[in-house]
Design a protein around this ligand. Structure first.
Ligand SMILES: [Zn+2]
Length: 140
């Protein structure tokens, strides 16, 4: 799922809201910390808040405030949710025989030295090296 697609293919809307400067700073700080856009962070927090909220009486701001308070301990979980597809930016795969032991970037299966695998070729010069296993080879 890309970030542009809504869950269940629902149409997404842009939501504008006022947030206090303090809250904005907090959100920006956390987003920088997690290296994600603020909008992704807010979206994830709201999705979480909506899924646990029992009443519609809370304002967006209250939800965000509450979320920011618990963000510290939820950081890892949120980070996992927001984190990019490991194959994002990969433009091609090249068949290789591994000279090192590694793991599939997609299914995390161990790939011992000597295994046939696929090297992901990225268009970003500083992208990490990515290998995937035969099973995870994109189907045509
Ligand atoms: Zn795999």
């Amino acid at each position: 799922m890309t970030s542009e697609e809504g869950k269940d293919g629902k149409k997404e809307r842009v939501l504008h809201t006022r947030v206090p400067a303090v809250l904005e700073r907090e959100l920006k700080r956390f987003a920088e910390n997690l290296r994600v856009p603020v909008s992704n962070l807010v979206r994830t927090i709201l999705e979480d808040a909506v899924s646990v909220a029992d009443a519609a009486t809370e304002t967006v701001e209250e939800r965000l405030r509450g979320a920011v308070r618990t963000l510290e301990k939820e950081r890892e979980r949120l980070k996992k949710r927001i984190e990019h597809d490991p194959l994002q930016g990969i433009v091609a795969f090249q068949d290789v025989t591994l000279a090192v032991s590694t793991a599939c970037a997609r299914c995390e299966r161990d790939l011992p030295r000597g295994t046939r695998a696929l090297l992901g070729i990225s268009d970003a010069p500083d992208a990490p090296r990515v290998f995937i296993c035969e099973t995870c080879r994109p189907k045509t």
